[in-house]
Design a protein around this ligand. Structure first.
Ligand code: MOS
Length: 741
């Protein structure tokens, strides 16, 4: 990539362009995985296990098969052939090692709610009714599902951050210290769209519409599981109704729908029920033990962090909960530990800033508690130990405008008017609390490819296998292409989420914007170079002698960057070259850089009002000031962050899967009793993006948003609840019964 490619003219980049797919979504034109209608469609319904561990002794499907309209009942006994090695079931984002779950593979039951049979019928109602008639006998075994009861069996796992200094001694000698144990329960993604797959069987070829964050990941997985060739399996997921990480790994609906299509040799649709989605992935329950010590001057001197999380018996899923203090605070002494306890549950997975949402919750509550011990303003404590370097690597950041986040966030919130003492602010019968916290996430970028087809009439088609899980990818892809090609955004058509399109990783980790944008920039560069070389072959070309870096595509022409009067229309160039279209495909090619830490940061300020008698908590205001490099679209990015704040409110006050450990079964596997914030819970959310130029991270200075929006939010709210009430609740969610205790 060269200089001119980042010289953006008349940009849509940086504006609040509305979603290019907005109309399709609100008019119902946008189709989701369970909505593709094809002739001769059959319908599936899943039967799930009612025991937690053991084996299936006998399945009697005769009553189900007797129902008119039922086509077949598939079980591990009679299903079509599936692969037999772990490698065949391994997907791009599966944990290292382990033994990925194989749906309907054998008679083993590994978790409650595991799929054990698939009923296929002429319509959905029949399939669902018949599923209730499948009789299954189990040989049940004893099991464990309670993290707290298995702490002794928790095992240390691979390399947490390296210790520094002598944290134990520094803690002992600290002038002020805080130790606390925090808890985050298992939480479920609960995207609005149910998991679904429509699998079209067509003479040996499969076309699969699946709810997923990665169509090529699903394609490779389906090929592995069923021994199929890549050319025979096409996976599409043009629209996704939220996923939050639940669609990173292929889920069992795609395996079961494919089994059904292969058996019936006709198209099959399978839509999971809401309660069945509690048999997929989730945020693992995690215990966080934090100890912080400060020296007499009131700065941080010791950090001790131990995280203990749950995983399944068959895979070790883990994310870094422990090490986030390394990225935020200067401390001479630190030690970290990370353990996993294996339980008889489905493997947990990534959910909304995995590791950080949980780890930073505990860290930032502990910082608040240390500030109270030091009698310091919590923001002042953070500023005193502000770090310009990653503490573990010693590297500086590619950019870090966190100070500016603190400053602008505090100003917008009115933090200076806070009274320090708990229970010192009121509004009528309500106690008022103001709390703050810091957020941090990784600025990741991955190899993505994109193809651009520019036609002589000035229309561009941009394509990539990347997904848009509701985040705004369609829109930013159109913006970047429009600006780089010098055409109006309405002239750009975007195609995404089809496994036949240029290579992309799963949409996750907040890396898609940076990754796909640079692939587009590179493809547009190649188009500009080719157009220039043809233009220079034209008689009396005004562009003679110019290099690719000297010209830009603008207003349907290629022009000298320094003198827009020296220009040739793209249509004229194509006519001269006797071409209808130029097509280029390129990958993002990020430079290796081991000299910088790369992160996004945020400062969150929250106001709660707590009814003194009832303990009802309302989050009345949140300001989230984010530093995430250049923002491509201030509207979709702000939607990402405000949506993530809602997720943070859910984490703080509502979300919790409740397992009856006598049965190993989740008792609130629905969205009536698994609470998520509703409109009445959401009041004023203000999102600020601070300026953060970054010429190091990548040519466009992009970092990506999404996950940064949730990190720290639950802590800011918990700290506000303490400030309002004087009561610390360390185990989430903060419900009114805990406040009252
Ligand atoms: Mo995100 S949890 O990487 O979808």
């Amino acid at each position: 990539m060269n200089e001119a490619s980042v010289n953006i003219m008349a940009p849509t980049i940086g504006t609040s362009t509305s979603r290019v797919d907005g109309r399709a979504k609100v008019t119902g034109l946008a189709k989701y995985a369970g909505e593709f209608n094809v002739p001769n469609l059959a319908f599936g319904a899943v039967v799930t296990s009612t025991v937690t561990k053991g084996r299936i002794a006998r399945i009697d499907a005769s009553r189900a098969l007797a129902v008119p309209g039922v086509l077949d009942v598939l079980t591990h006994d009679n299903r079509p052939k599936m692969a037999s090695t772990d490698q065949d079931y391994h997907d791009d984002v599966a944990p290292e090692g382990g033994s990925p779950f194989r749906p309907l593979y054998d008679d083993r039951v590994r978790f409650n709610g595991q799929p054990v049979a698939l009923v296929l019928a002429e319509d959905w109602e029949t399939a669902r009714f018949a599923a209730t008639l499948v009789d299954i006998q189990y040989e049940a075994e004893s099991f464990a599902t309670d993290l707290h009861a298995r702490l002794k069996q928790a095992r240390a796992i691979d390399k947490p951050e390296k210790p520094r200094g002598d944290a134990a001694r520094a803690l002992k000698e600290a002038a002020a210290r805080h130790e606390g144990e925090y808890f985050i329960p298992a939480e479920y993604h609960n995207p609005m769209e149910l998991f679904a797959a429509t699998v079209v069987f067509d003479g040996g070829k499969l076309t699969i519409y699946d709810k997923t964050q990665g169509v090529q990941n699903v394609q490779r997985y389906v090929c592995g599981v069923f021994g199929l060739k890549p050319d025979d399996v096409r996976v599409m997921s043009p629209f996704v109704g939220g996923a939050f990480g639940s669609g990173l790994r292929p889920q069992y609906e795609v395996v079961l729908a494919t089994l059904g299509a292969l058996r019936l040799k006709r198209p099959v649709r399978l839509v999971l029920t809401r309660d069945q989605m509690y048999g997929l992935s989730y945020r693992p329950a995690t215990i966080e033990r934090v100890a912080l010590g400060a020296n007499a001057g009131g700065t941080l001197d010791a950090v001790s962090y131990e995280a203990i999380a749950m995983t399944s018996q068959y895979e070790d899923f883990s994310r870094n909960d422990a090490g986030w203090a390394e990225l935020l605070y200067t401390s001479a002494n630190a030690r970290y530990a990370h353990k996993l306890a294996r339980l008889d549950v489905a493997t947990p997975g990534d959910m909304r800033a995995p590791g950080a949402a949980t780890g930073v919750y505990a860290l930032e509550c502990a910082m608040d508690e240390l500030a109270v011990a030091l009698k310091l303003d919590p923001l002042e404590l953070r500023l005193r130990c502000y770090s310009d370097r990653d503490q573990s690597s010693g590297l500086p950041y590619s950019s870090k405008e966190l100070r500016e986040c603190y400053q602008q966030g505090a100003a917008a919130f009115g933090w200076a008017k806070r009274r320090p003492a708990a229970r010192s602010m009121r509004d009528g019968s309500e106690l008022v609390g103001w709390g703050m916290a810091t957020g941090v996430w990784e600025a990741l970028q991955m190899p993505f490819s994109s193809r651009i087809v520019l036609t002589a009439n000035g229309h561009a088609e941009v394509s990539s296998a990347a997904s848009d899980i509701g985040t705004g990818t369609y829109t930013i892809v159109a913006q970047v292409a429009a600006d780089m090609l010098g055409v109006p955004i309405d002239n750009v058509t975007v195609k995404l989420a089809d496994s036949t399109l240029p290579t992309a990783q799963v949409e996750g980790g907040s890396w898609t914007a940076a990754s796909v944008s640079h692939a587009i920039v590179n493809a547009a560069d190649d188009i500009r170079k080719e157009l220039l070389s043809i233009a220079q072959s034209m008689p009396d070309s005004p562009l003679k002698g110019l290099k690719p870096g000297d010209v830009v595509l603008t207003d349907g022409a290629i022009a000298a960057g320094q003198d827009k009067g020296r220009a040739v229309a793209v249509a004229d160039i194509m006519r001269h070259g006797k071409m209808e279209r130029i097509e280029k495909e390129r990958s993002s090619d990020f430079k290796e850089d081991d000299r910088h830490a790369r992160n996004t940061h945020s400062a969150i300020f929250a106001e709660v009002k707590v009814d003194e008698e009832l303990g009802v908590i309302r989050v009345t205001r949140v300001v989230n000031a984010v530093a995430a490099g250049r923002i491509i679209n201030s509207k979709t990015a702000a939607s990402q962050v405000s949506g993530a704040v809602v997720g943070g409110i859910g984490m703080a006050l509502h979300e919790e899967a409740l397992t009856d450990h006598a049965f190993g079964r989740i008792m609130n596997a629905n969205i009536a009793e698994y609470h998520v914030p509703v409109n009445a819970d959401i009041q004023d959310i203000k999102v600020i993006f601070v300026e953060e130029p970054d010429s190091v991270i990548n040519p466009m200075g992009l970092k990506g948003v999404g996950e940064i929006g949730i990190v720290g939010v639950a802590a800011a709210i918990a700290n506000a609840v303490y400030h309002a009430t004087g009561k610390r609740v360390r185990d989430l969610p903060i419900t009114l019964d805990k406040l009252d205790r």
